[in-house]
Design a protein around this ligand. Structure first.
Ligand SMILES: O=P(O)(O)OC[C@H]1O[C@H](O)[C@H](O)[C@@H](O)[C@@H]1O
Length: 619
């Protein structure tokens, strides 16, 4: 059994800058928070300044009648702000991760008001990890935390499933990378490419991690087909070219029936046939056991199959085979990813709010967006390799929080919108609006302290490096936004490593879970997506009826001219005339041919037929 490697020595600690004030000592109170004792205020008493600074600040915020001012002005005095920064700064020493929520203006009163709900959220999380049905709408457990700590699983069967899957995918990826498992006919004599076919949570995590952690020269280079756009599929296959022969195709679909993924698979299998290659010898399936995809892979004898579990949602599956196999094939240390997540999970089990980073995030989100999603979350990693973090968080946060009903059946239309790319690039795109325009957001900065690997730094001007500019841009933007009352959160890691990426993923998975409890919704299902899938199916069914009507009419000699209204009537869908027009327009734009059942002649161009019908050529 591949055990998750022991937790290694503490990461390099950050050299603390000289604070604005000369605190008598800077020490950590306990697991999470940092506390600073300040010189006594009054000359006479030499007592450390130990009262929570936030409490003093909130007094400044209270309105005349003493009621806490919800959003009346942010703290601007630099000394008071520094104290707030230190008072609320969360530090995970082992991970070298910091969380700064000082630029979110919540008051002590607010924190006190939220305390009971946070404690209830912690209790719900304990039950969730014990195997409670935390996804009541689907009657499922929620077990993504068990993936990095199998001992947490509620029974030995699940624990063994997790352990065996990890062991199996580690062995498989090692055998592929070493060349022990190789494609049947490739000049390279080994696999050199991974083509991942999957969508949503079966793509976004692997894409984020590949962009963040793939080495410059990975043992296998990964590319993704994550949509049913034929041109996009063609582009990926064209990019592979002859290397299709040394490409390992991983088809990822928890349900095993997602149309876009199925289409991608069929298109790739067609490319394999046309190249004279045996897809089964290069195909891997990651899906729920017994799914359509699983049965297909089993019957067709694909190279390997790895299970997905019904208690792991797509948006929290990066620490399952979905994310771990693609990462391992790129030479990424997946055990370090798991350790990072494990450490962060451990930190998030404390019930002391200010020592619980996930709770601090959830509390900040609630304050900033009124618990209603009234403000958007702009995610700005100041590190190119974290570019896709916001896209990953869009699904994790919005698919979890964006729900019509709460757990009591009340219509709440909850949500928390996420967008962003990277800094400082985005400063040249939309920060103008953030700084001076509509105030409908709060920012999450992701700060990476290490600019370049040791020994690679270079001063582009005396005493200044490129990384200093990036650092300055982040800090400058943070200050400029706050100066105009725009709130922000800053998550700081030492560098982008498998461990820090694993920790970031775990931090946000837990924050979403806690926040969902605060707003009383089920974070672990996605009913709205099913509605979209159903509607797409109805369009395709209508298209089939349209084609049948046109084929029949095109068979008549002379051609039986049909108006759109007549087509709609013959489809028994007069109310769908606009959709029928769009279907015909789309088919005409793609020069689709009309091939009548029991063909009465050669296939006819739909455009020619429409011309003969004098249908307005609006397409
Ligand atoms: O992995 P699959 O079953 O193919 O599902 C892919 C995606 O489909 C839907 O959009 C779900 O809302 C996502 O959570 C899921 O990740």
């Amino acid at each position: 059994m591949a055990s998750i490697s022991g937790i290694s020595s503490a990461s390099p600690t950050l050299k603390r800058q000289k604070p604005l004030l000369k605190p008598t000592s800077l020490f950590r109170k306990d697991s999470g928070s940092v506390s600073v004792s300040f010189p006594a205020r009054s000359k006479s008493a030499d007592r450390g300044f130990s009262v929570s600074v936030a409490r003093e600040i909130s007094a400044e915020l209270s309105t005349a009648d003493g009621a806490p001012a919800k959003k009346k002005g942010l703290v601007k005095d630099p000394h008071a702000l520094w104290r707030r920064y230190v008072d609320w700064l969360y530090q995970h020493k082992e991970l070298g991760l910091f969380l700064d929520v000082s630029r979110v203006g919540f008051t002590d009163e607010f924190v006190s008001e939220m305390e009971p709900r946070l404690q209830a959220a912690f209790k719900a999380m304990v039950e969730l990890e014990k195997g409670a049905i935390a996804n009541p709408d689907e009657g499922r457990m929620v077990g993504h935390y068990w993936l990095r700590n199998p001992k947490l699983a509620p029974n030995s069967f699940l624990r063994l499933q997790i352990e065996n899957t990890l062991e199996g995918l580690l062995k498989f990826s090692n055998d592929v990378v070493s060349g022990k498992i190789k494609p049947p006919s490739s000049p390279a004599g080994r696999f050199t490419q991974v083509l991942s076919v999957g969508i949503g949570g079966s793509a976004l995590g692997p894409q984020f991690v590949a962009e963040a952690l793939a080495p410059d020269n990975p043992p296998l280079k990964i590319r993704f087909i994550d949509n049913t756009d034929p041109a996009g599929i063609d582009h990926q296959i064209a990019q592979l070219g002859p290397e299709l022969a040394s490409t390992l195709v991983i088809v990822i679909s928890k349900s095993g029936g997602t149309p876009e993924t199925r289409n991608g698979l069929l298109e790739v299998q067609k490319a394999f046939r046309e190249a004279g290659l045996n897809f089964a010898k290069q195909g891997v399936a990651i899906t729920q056991e017994g799914s359509l995809l699983d049965n297909t892979a089993r019957i067709e004898g694909w190279l390997a199959r790895f299970p997905m579990f019904d208690w792991v949602g797509g948006k929290t599956s990066e620490m399952a085979a979905v994310g771990l196999l693609p990462a391992a094939l790129q030479g990424i240390d997946i055990e370090e990813m798991l350790v990072g997540a494990l450490l962060m999970d451990g930190a998030n089990r404390t019930t002391v709010v200010r020592n619980n980073p996930a709770a601090l995030l959830a509390l900040s989100w609630y304050w900033a967006s009124d618990g209603l999603g009234s403000k958007d979350m702009v995610v700005l990693p100041y590190k190119d390799s974290l570019l896709l973090f916001s896209r990953y968080l869009q699904q994790l946060v919005m698919e979890s929080i964006g729900k019509e009903f709460d757990l009591d059946g009340n219509r709440v239309n909850q949500g928390l919108t996420v967008y962003g790319n990277k800094g400082s690039t985005d400063q040249h795109a939309y920060i103008q609006q953030l700084r001076e325009g509509v105030h409908n957001f709060f920012v999450t900065f992701i700060e990476v302290l290490r600019d370049r690997p040791p020994g690679h730094d270079w001063e582009l001007e005396p005493g200044v490096t490129c990384g200093d500019y990036l650092f300055g841009m982040l800090q400058g933007t943070r200050s400029a936004l706050y100066g105009n009352d725009r709130e922000s959160i800053t998550v700081t890691v030492q560098e982008v490593t498998p461990r820090s990426v694993g920790a970031l993923i775990a931090l946000y998975e837990r924050a979403v879970g806690i926040y969902a409890s605060l707003v009383n919704i089920n974070a672990y299902h996605q009913p709205g997506v099913e509605a979209g899938k159903k509607a797409a199916g109805e369009v395709l069914a209508l298209q089939k009826r349209v084609l049948a009507v046109l084929n029949e009419a095109s068979c008549k000699e002379p051609v039986e001219p049909l108006t759109l209204e007549e087509v709609a009537d013959r489809c028994h869908a007069p109310e769908e005339i606009e959709m029928i027009y769009k279907i015909i327009a789309h088919m005409a734009a793609n020069d689709r041919a009309l091939i009548a059942e029991g063909s009465c002649g050669s296939p006819r161009s739909i455009k020619v037929f429409l011309g003969e019908c004098n249908v307005d050529a609006l397409y």
